[in-house]
Design a protein around this ligand. Structure first.
Ligand code: ANZ
Ligand code: ZN
Length: 803
């Protein structure tokens, strides 16, 4: 037979598919929407790590196609935002230009993967026809009261020179560039994502997502139940409200701490403490949230003023400390050092009394060396609450407190509203006009898109204003309501704006009348399978869910969760698990490997490197193995075609076992073991063919169909050689007949010390261990001595020797 020529075969089929696409909507088939997280078109192109996700999604898509679905499998570009802009600034070209070049380059590389992306559906977030709808959503949110303006100290990256959302700050550093994030008081556009907190939390139950990701989202939303309790300030009219999740410990509150930013903080100072209090407030304003929460020695200052515990009238000193955050709960806490670690540390350092109110192991501890933080045990030192069980009281106390009129039951969330404006050029202009008479007025919907103007200098200014603010003729406009001279908003949207809804646009990407038509949305949405890296677990995936729920609420779509199923692939790393990056010089480009081994081999190897959900170390040498496998299978198929042997029982059995194993592994997304399964069965068939002179047509064709999603070119070529005119992808996915998989049963005598004691029937293929185990079970009552030897003569006899 002719040898396997990957180059010629791959060229031929690439061309054939282009002329005659394999994925067609006949109006009859059900749809299947398989989505990849779309890339930032960076200037570095793709490396073998990027390929992994695309290969996984392509294999899954082709599998679904063979199961009879019409596929929605699109690709597009997340081209606004900092990476594209930083790159453009570095290279000295306008972001629009560099982005277009990068898109063209990456598109070519993506086509080399042989992925069946439907390029008619392509979207680009920087395209005015696309961002018209990104702006439209913002206008709708504004009209619904979900987009609002606010001035407050936000996270600020001094290197990117822009404000950041909480989600973009990782361990106190900018998610993009790694610089330490500081605080800056700035006017901001905010999105009221907190209004959706409860639904974002409870609807996680509907999703077929990795538990790990769901937990990250629910932790981020951070719902907690507790109470707000009012503490009157001693000798004054004011009250300080605290938020606590442990109202059961109220009798143990021996002091109170306010965040330095609390509105009463400065006014609580006495003439003696004034100087120290003001200094403390100033110092705290210079620190970031993360600095403040990190585990280091507590600092604080006594205000000189006391509050009154509303339950027992005890006077408690009021302190300021930066371990209390201004923007969580009420920004003030009651401190129970006996039962909270941070309060314990603080009380110990500043010599504040510690009163235990929950017995540990039924006892009051003599000298506490650490807080007892569990809500379990009997209440002590707690007046009328003495003797109650703390876990019960914890739930009941909020209601009791409410009845006593000293506070109320509350629910709290860690989730904050989304800081949505960026002081950068390369983003969607926020479509708002500031009118001196009418206030903030949205750009009328029929005037969208509000296009991003050309600027001379698109570098960030660092002043808190975007470069757009320098373009007078753009900034100065008239109010759409009253016609007065007015100014445009000059901030732009964050990178996440476009990616929060792009998946909707793919199914109707040329629609000028609506973001997506009702008809197409009903027909093709939502996404059935979403494939991408786990780094987006909170950011993008949470924002997309929020947008989808909003669009559902305003009737733009009929579903309220975007992604039914989610798969997170692990990262491909360089040697020793180091992340592949240009700066580390360990990037492996797919281009040479495609040239030397072909796309099909590289696709297989991307999967073979390890379980797809785990990180895997790349080693070029491993590709030889899969290349050899493809060559051997090619030869087997072509030789068998010439030999034309008829099927034997063994062939039928192997065929059905193969279908069963491969389908099962594929369904459970164990793609690396699918590949090893192919290799294993290929070897078995080659062994068999040595005896029979070849393998029957149906078995080879079945193998070809199973292998098709993985090695599309090679399988099309063999399929054609076997006389098929239509694509292998229009063939049906094979089904396993479990009856046909069964091994033949044979009868074997079981002997003890050479005497036959039973005859059992076992599989002809049974291993020594299986045969002996079955034999021993059959004669168990006669095995009274010590077994010294176990013999299995395959298919003939089992002999147990005992003493
Ligand atoms: C008294 C108490 C006693 C507390 C005790 C804990 C244990 P989560 O679950 O995170 O909601 N807290 C409230 N507001 C805070 C703020 N702005 N900055 C820092 N800490 C704050 O936790 C709520 C608990 O964290 C609250 O319950 C409060 O301390 C503290 F044995 O109140 B607790
Ligand atoms: Zn006006």
């Amino acid at each position: 037979a002719v040898p396997y020529n990957h180059k010629a075969i791959e060229q031929k089929w690439r061309k054939n598919w282009e002329e005659k696409p394999v994925n067609v909507d006949d109006g009859q088939k059900p749809k299947y929407y398989c989505l990849d997280m779309f890339p930032y078109p960076s200037g570095n192109g793709l490396h073998v790590g990027h390929w992994r996700g695309y290969v996984i999604s392509d294999v899954w898509s082709r599998y679904k196609m063979m199961q009879g679905y019409y596929l929605i499998h699109p690709m597009g570009w997340d081209a606004f935002g900092l990476p594209a802009e930083n790159y453009a600034i570095k290279m000295g070209v306008h972001p629009a230009k560099s982005t277009a070049q990068n898109v063209a380059n990456i598109k070519k590389q993506i086509n080399d993967i042989a992925a069946i992306y439907d390029w008619d559906r392509e979207v680009n977030t920087t395209d005015p026809g696309f961002y018209k709808w990104t702006q439209w959503i913002f206008v709708k949110m504004f009209k619904e009261g979900l987009a609002y303006e606010k001035e407050f100290p936000i996270n600020w990256c001094p290197s990117c020179k822009t404000g950041l959302a909480n989600e973009e700050v990782v361990n106190g550093c900018c998610e993009r560039c790694g610089s330490t994030v500081t605080k800056k008081n700035l006017r901001q556009w905010m999105l009221r994502i907190t209004k959706y907190a409860d639904r974002l939390l409870s609807d996680l139950d509907k999703l077929d997502w990795p538990e790990k990701v769901k937990k990250m989202q629910s932790d981020w939303i951070g719902k907690s139940y507790g109470a707000e309790v009012d503490f009157p300030v001693d000798g004054r009219d004011e009250k300080i409200t605290v938020y606590t999740t442990r109202p059961d410990t109220l009798h143990g509150a021996t002091f109170m701490v306010l965040a330095p930013e609390h509105k009463l903080a400065a006014s609580l100072a006495t003439p003696e403490t004034k100087e120290a209090v003001e200094k403390y407030i100033y110092d705290a304003s210079m620190k970031s949230n993360v600095d403040r929460l990190q585990d280091k020695e507590k600092t604080g200052v006594f205000t000189g003023t006391y509050a009154v515990n509303p339950l027992n009238g005890a006077k408690v000193p009021i302190w300021l400390s930066d371990y209390v955050l201004a923007d969580y709960g009420t920004g003030a806490i009651m401190c129970v050092p006996a039962h909270d670690d941070r309060d314990f540390e603080f009380a110990t350092k500043f010599n504040i009394p510690i009163i235990q109110v929950i017995a540990k192991d039924g006892k009051e501890i003599e000298n506490m060396t650490e807080a007892y933080t569990e809500a379990s045990g009997t209440m002590i030192n707690s007046g009328e609450w003495n003797g109650m069980e703390s876990s019960v009281l914890k739930k009941e106390a909020p209601v009791m407190i409410e009845k006593m009129g000293i506070g109320k039951k509350t629910v709290n969330y860690k989730l904050r509203d989304w800081v949505f404006s960026r002081q950068r050029y390369w983003g969607e202009p926020i479509p708002i006009i500031h009118c001196p008479h009418c206030g903030n007025v949205p750009v009328p919907e029929d005037q969208l898109p509000l296009t991003l103007p050309e600027v001379e200098s698109y570098e960030p200014t660092g002043t808190g204003e975007s470069p757009l603010a320098a373009i007078d003729e753009w900034v100065n406009t008239t109010c759409p309501v009253c016609g007065a001279a007015a100014k445009r908003e000059t901030n732009t949207m964050p990178q996440w704006a476009g990616s929060s809804w792009y998946f909707l646009r793919y199914v109707d990407n040329k629609n000028d009348e609506a973001l997506v038509s009702k008809e197409k949305a009903d027909k093709y949405l939502p996404v059935d399978m979403y494939i991408g890296g786990v780094e987006h677990a909170v950011l993008h995936l949470l924002y997309s869910r929020f947008y989808t729920k909003f669009l559902y609420d305003i009737g733009a779509i009929d579903f309220d969760e975007p992604f039914q199923k989610l798969f997170n692939q692990g990262m491909i790393t360089g040697k020793n698990g180091i992340k592949m990056s240009k700066s580390k010089g360990n990037v492996v480009s797919p281009d040479d490997l495609v040239r030397d081994y072909g796309c099909d081999s590289l696709r297989l190897y991307e999967l073979f490197v390890g379980p797809p959900e785990l990180d895997a170390e790349w080693d070029d040498r491993g590709i030889d193995g899969v290349y050899r496998f493809l060559n051997r299978f090619w030869k087997l198929a072509m030789d068998s075609l010439e030999a034309g042997v008829s099927e034997t029982k063994d062939m039928v059995k192997l065929r059905h076992k193969l279908v069963f194993e491969i389908t099962q592994r594929l369904e459970s997304f164990s793609l690396n073991t699918v590949i090893s399964g192919f290799m294993e069965y290929n070897n078995k068939l080659i062994e068999l063919a040595k005896k029979t002179g070849g393998i029957d047509r149906e078995t080879i064709e079945t193998f070809v169909k199973l292998l098709a999603p993985f090695a599309p070119h090679l399988t099309e070529e063999i399929w054609e050689a076997y006389g098929h005119e239509d694509s292998v992808f229009h063939a049906e996915w094979p089904k396993a007949d479990e009856e046909a998989m069964k091994d033949d049963e044979i009868e074997v005598p079981v002997q003890i010390n050479g005497k036959t004691r039973a005859v059992i029937s076992i599989s002809a293929e049974a291993s020594k261990e299986e045969a002996i185990a079955a034999g021993k079970e059959a004669v168990a009552d006669k095995l009274t001595g010590t077994i010294v030897k176990e013999i299995y003569v395959p298919k003939k006899i089992i002999n147990i020797v005992q003493k």
